[in-house]
Ligand binder design. Structure first.
Ligand SMILES: *[C@@H]1O[C@H](CO)[C@@H](O)[C@H](O)[C@H]1NC(C)=O
Ligand SMILES: *[C@@H]1O[C@H](CO)[C@@H](O)[C@H](O)[C@H]1NC(C)=O
Ligand SMILES: *[C@@H]1O[C@H](CO)[C@@H](O)[C@H](O)[C@H]1NC(C)=O
Ligand SMILES: *[C@@H]1O[C@H](CO)[C@@H](O)[C@H](O)[C@H]1NC(C)=O
Ligand SMILES: *[C@@H]1O[C@H](CO)[C@@H](O)[C@H](O)[C@H]1NC(C)=O
Ligand SMILES: *[C@@H]1O[C@H](CO)[C@@H](O)[C@H](O)[C@H]1NC(C)=O
Length: 723
C-alpha cells in the first residue's frame, strides 16, 4: 500500500470496522471490496455495457492489471477520486488528482541517481511503471440526497464532484454509461453508509481543445477586448515616442522664438503614422483633437494620474481612507463568501460564523451601506459645490439639461469598465467550465451571456438573485438609481426646498416601512439561510437599501449649511463618539446570538442599515469639522489616495480574482484562519493590482474623454476603430 492515499486508508479501516472482514494480504484483492470503496474500480467493472470498442478492451486490460496489482494500474487507480472524510460537514469533493493523472499518462518522472534508481527497482518493476496506453482525467458531477449532510439550502450543496483517471480512448458518453450504472446499482459503500442515492448530472473531460473560443460570442468578446487594448497600446506608444518628445522639443524651441513650420511638419508626419485619413482642411486643428483623444488612452499618463498625490480637498480627505478600508472589508467578506464551492468544511465555517469575532466577516455587507452613504454624500457635495458658483435660480430648461447631462456623464464614467469586466468574466468562466474541476455556484458564464444587458442598463437589481450576472454587481444598479433619484431631489431643492426635503424623509420612512412589511410577510429571520434566501426580496432591492444614501446626502447638506464649522465641547465629543461606536458595534456584533424573537429580528432588519449609516455620518461629521483627532489623521493618510481611486476597479474585479484563484485549485480548500489570512492578503493585493490595469486602460480613458467635452461616445469608437 505504498501508494495508498490517506483517504483510501480511512475507508479501508472503516470497512474493516464494519461488517466486512478484511485480510490484508497483499497478493489477494477482493473485487467486492474494491468496487465498494473505489468508484473507479466500480466503473471498470461495467465495461461490458460498452459496445465493442477500444475503450472497452483498454478498460478490461486496466482492470486486470489492477487485480494483479501491476504498478501502472495502481498508479492510475491512485489518481482517481475516492470519497474522502468530512462528508457530513459538506466535503462533496472526491476529486482525485488531475495533475497526477496527466503526468502519469505522459510517462513523466523524476530523474534520480543511479544508485537510488537501482534500489527502487528492487521493489518496482521498471517495465511495469508506465501504462501501455494513454489516460485522461474525467470529472463527473452527481447529486446526492443524503439526509446526514448538513445543509443551509444553498444551490449545489448536494453536488458531488468525482474525478476519474481512465483510458483516453473512452468517450464522455462511455464514462457516463458506466458511471450511471454504478450509481443506479448503488454499488458504493459510502452510499450505503450515509444513505446517499447518487444521480449523475454530467461528465466532462477537462480537455481544453480551444473549440469554445470559436463561437461567435467569444470572437465578439475577444474582438472588443483586443481593439480596446490595441488602442491603449497605440496611445501609449504615441505618447512615449511622439508626444513627449514633441513637448520637449517645443519647450526647447519656445526659448528660441519658434516658427511654426517645423512643428507643422512634425504633426503631419505623425498624422500619417497614426491614421491614414485623407488630409482635411484645418488639418492641424483636427489632428490636435484626434491626438488629444488618443492620448486619453495612454497607459503611462493614466497610471501616473492614479498615483498622483492629492493636495487640498480637505473636506473629502477622510473619504480616501474610508473608501479603501471599506473595500478591504468587502474583499475579506468575499474571500469567505465565494469559497463555498471549494471549501471542504462549509458546515464548520458556518459554526464558526456564530462566534463573536467572526461577526466582522459575517456582517461584511454593512460595508456596502458605508459605500451608499459615501455615494450620497459625494453627490450632494458636488452638486452644492457647483451651485455655489451660480447666483440666483437658473431657468428650468438649464436645470433639466444639467440633470440629464449628469446622468449621462455618470453612465459613461461607470459603464466601460463594468462592461469590460463582464466580458472578461464571460471569457474567464467559460474557460473554467472547460478546464476546472470546481465551478462557482453562480455560473457567471451562463448568467452573463443571458443577462449582461440588464447590467448595462442598470436594472439587474429587479431580477432574482439567482439570475444575476456577477452577483456582486447588484450594488451598481442601486447606486445608479439612487443617483438619479438623488439628483432629482437636489434639482428640485433649488426651487422647492421643503418639498424636496419632504420627499427625502418620506422615502426614508417608507423604505423602513417596506422593510418591516417584507420582513413580516416572509417571516424573516436573520439566520444564515434566512439571509441567503431573502437576497432577492430584501438584500438587492433598491427600496430596501436607500436609507444610507439619503442619510449621506443629508449629512453633506447639513455640513454645508454649517459651513463645516462645528464646535463641540469635549464632553459632547465624547458622548458623540461613544454613541456612534456603541451604535455601530451593537449592529455589527449584536446578532452573534441569532436566536432572537421575531419582533427583534424585524426591528434589526428595519433599522440596522439606517443606524449604521448614522454612525458613519457621525464619523464623517467629526472628521470634516476637525473633531476627528487621530481617526481623521489615519483616514486622511496620503497612502489611501491611490487606493481610493482604485476602489471601483477593485470592487468589480475582486470576486473574479477570488473565483479564479479558487477554481484553478486542483484540491479543495480547508478554510481556517491560516488559509483565510493567506487568501485575504493575496486577494487584496491582486484585486488592487488588477484594478490598476482596469482603471488605467478602461476607466480613466473614458473619464478623460468626458473631460474633453465629448457629447456622445461616438467619437471614442472612431478612435478605437482606427487602431
Ligand atoms: C451500444 O449499441 C446500442 C445498439 O446499437 C446502442 O443503443 C447503445 O446506445 C450503444 N451503447 C453505447 C455506450 O454506445
Ligand atoms: C540500497 O538498499 C540497500 C539495502 O536495501 C541499502 O543498504 C542501501 O543503503 C541503499 N542505498 C541507497 C542509496 O539508498
Ligand atoms: C509511455 O510508456 C509506455 C511503455 O513504456 C509506452 O507504450 C507509451 O507510448 C509511453 N507514452 C508516452 C506518452 O510516451
Ligand atoms: C433519495 O433518492 C432515492 C432514489 O431516488 C429515494 O428512494 C430516496 O427516498 C431519496 N431519499 C430522500 C431522503 O429523499
Ligand atoms: C448490481 O447489483 C446487483 C445486485 O445488487 C449485483 O448482483 C450486480 O453484480 C451489480 N452489478 C454491477 C455491475 O455491479
Ligand atoms: C467643456 O464645456 C464647458 C461648457 O459646455 C466649457 O465651459 C468648458 O471649458 C469645456 N471644457 C473643455 C476641457 O473643453
Amino acid at each position: 500500500m505504498q501508494y495508498g492515499k490517506l483517504s483510501s486508508w480511512i475507508w479501508l479501516s472503516l470497512l474493516s470496522l464494519t461488517s466486512f472482514h478484511v485480510s490484508m494480504q497483499a497478493t489477494e484483492l477482493d473485487p467486492m471490496i474494491s468496487r465498494k470503496i473505489l468508484p473507479v474500480y466500480a466503473v471498470l467493472e461495467n465495461a461490458d455495457l460498452l459496445n465493442s470498442s477500444r475503450c472497452r478492451t483498454e478498460i478490461d486490460e486496466f482492470r486486470n492489471a489492477v487485480d494483479n496489482q501491476i504498478l501502472w494500474a495502481l498508479r492510475a487507480l491512485d489518481t482517481s477520486g475516492v470519497p474522502s472524510g468530512g462528508f457530513v460537514v459538506g466535503n462533496n469533493h472526491w476529486l482525485g488528482d488531475q495533475g497526477g493523472c496527466k503526468f502519469f499518462s505522459e510517462n513523466r518522472t523524476v530523474f534520480l541517481s543511479e544508485k537510488v534508481r537501482k534500489n527502487n527497482s528492487i521493489y518496482r518493476n521498471p517495465n511495469e511503471e508506465y501504462s501501455p496506453f494513454e489516460f485522461r482525467f474525467f470529472i463527473a458531477r452527481a447529486r446526492h440526497n443524503s439526509t446526514v449532510q448538513y445543509h443551509i439550502e444553498v444551490e449545489d450543496e448536494d453536488l458531488i464532484t468525482l474525478g476519474l483517471c481512465l483510458p483516453a480512448s473512452c468517450s464522455i458518453g462511455d464514462v457516463a454509461t458506466m458511471l450511471d450504472k454504478v450509481f443506479r446499482n448503488e454499488t458504493l459503500f459510502i452510499g450505503k453508509l450515509f444513505n446517499i442515492h447518487l444521480k449523475l448530472i454530467e461528465v466532462s473531460d477537462l480537455v481544453d481543445d480551444g473549440q469554445w473560443l470559436l463561437s461567435a460570442e467569444m470572437i465578439c468578446i475577444i474582438g472588443v477586448l483586443l481593439s480596446l487594448y490595441a488602442t491603449v497600446i497605440a496611445a501609449t506608444i504615441y505618447d512615449v515616442f511622439l508626444h513627449r518628445k514633441r513637448l520637449i522639443k517645443k519647450r526647447g524651441k519656445l526659448t528660441f522664438e519658434s516658427t511654426n513650420g517645423i512643428e507643422l511638419e512634425n504633426i503631419k508626419k505623425e498624422k500619417r503614422e497614426t491614421d491614414n485619413e485623407e488630409p482635411a482642411p484645418r488639418e492641424s486643428e483636427q489632428l490636435n483633437r484626434i491626438s488629444k483623444h488618443l492620448l486619453c488612452f495612454s497607459f503611462l499618463t493614466n497610471v501616473k494620474e492614479i498615483f498622483k498625490p492629492e493636495k487640498g480637498g480637505n473636506n473629502l480627505r477622510v473619504f480616501y481612507g474610508l473608501k479603501t478600508l471599506t473595500m478591504v472589508w468587502i474583499i475579506l467578506g468575499h474571500v469567505v463568501f465565494y469559497a463555498f464551492h471549494v471549501a471542504s468544511n462549509n458546515w464548520l465555517v458556518f459554526i464558526q460564523a456564530e462566534s463573536l469575532h467572526f461577526q466582522i466577516i459575517r456582517n461584511f455587507t454593512l460595508s456596502v451601506d458605508a459605500f451608499f452613504f459615501m455615494s450620497g454624500y459625494l453627490l450632494s457635495y458636488s452638486f452644492l459645490k457647483e451651485r455655489r458658483k451660480y447666483q440666483g435660480i437658473p431657468p428650468i430648461a438649464k436645470r433639466m439639461n444639467e440633470f440629464f447631462q449628469k446622468i449621462v456623464k455618470r453612465y459613461i464614467r461607470l459603464t466601460p469598465a463594468y462592461f469590460v469586466v463582464i466580458l472578461i468574466a464571460i471569457l474567464n468562466f467559460t474557460w473554467h467550465h472547460h478546464v476546472s474541476e470546481l465551478l462557482p455556484v453562480e455560473h457567471p458564464n451562463d448568467k452573463c451571456s443571458k443577462y449582461w444587458w440588464t447590467n448595462i442598463l442598470y436594472i439587474n437589481n429587479f431580477y432574482r438573485w439567482d439570475e444575476l450576472c456577477l452577483t456582486w454587481s447588484w450594488y451598481l444598479p442601486n447606486d445608479m438609481q439612487f443617483f438619479v433619484f438623488g439628483s432629482f431631489l437636489l434639482t428640485l431643492s433649488i426651487t422647492h426646498y421643503n418639498i424636496a426635503v419632504g420627499i427625502g424623509i418620506f422615502t426614508l420612512l417608507s423604505s423602513i416601512g417596506s422593510l418591516v412589511y417584507t420582513g413580516y410577510t416572509i417571516n424573516y429571520q436573520p439566520t444564515l439561510d434566512g439571509q441567503y434566501r431573502t437576497m432577492s426580496e430584501i438584500y438587492i432591492r433598491p427600496w430596501c437599501r436607500i436609507p444610507p444614501y439619503l442619510i449621506g446626502m443629508a449629512t453633506c447638506h447639513l455640513l454645508t449649511k454649517w459651513n463645516y464649522k462645528l464646535h463641540f465641547s469635549k464632553k459632547s465629543l465624547i458622548v458623540g463618539w461613544s454613541l456612534a461606536i456603541l451604535c455601530n458595534c451593537s449592529i455589527l456584533f449584536g446578532l452573534a446570538n441569532r436566536n432572537i424573537s421575531f419582533g427583534l429580528s424585524i426591528l434589526y432588519l428595519a433599522l440596522s442599515r439606517t443606524c449604521w449609516a448614522l454612525g458613519i455620518a457621525w464619523l464623517v461629521v467629526a472628521c470634516t469639522t476637525n473633531n476627528g483627532g487621530i481617526v481623521n489623521k489615519i483616514l486622511s493618510l496620503d497612502i489611501f489616495v491611490p487606493f481610493s481611486k482604485l476602489t471601483y476597479g477593485a470592487y468589480l474585479l475582486n470576486p473574479v480574482t477570488i473565483l479564479l484563484a479558487y477554481s484553478l485549485n486542483f484540491y479543495v480548500l480547508y478554510i481556517n484562519i491560516v488559509t483565510f489570512g493567506i487568501y485575504s492578503i493575496t486577494m487584496i493585493t491582486c484585486s488592487f493590482s488588477a484594478s490598476i490595469l482596469l482603471s488605467a486602460t478602461t476607466e480613466m480613458p473614458f473619464i478623460s474623454l468626458l473631460r474633453l467635452n465629448i457629447s456622445a461616445p461616438r467619437r471614442t469608437n472612431e478612435v478605437g476603430s482606427k487602431n
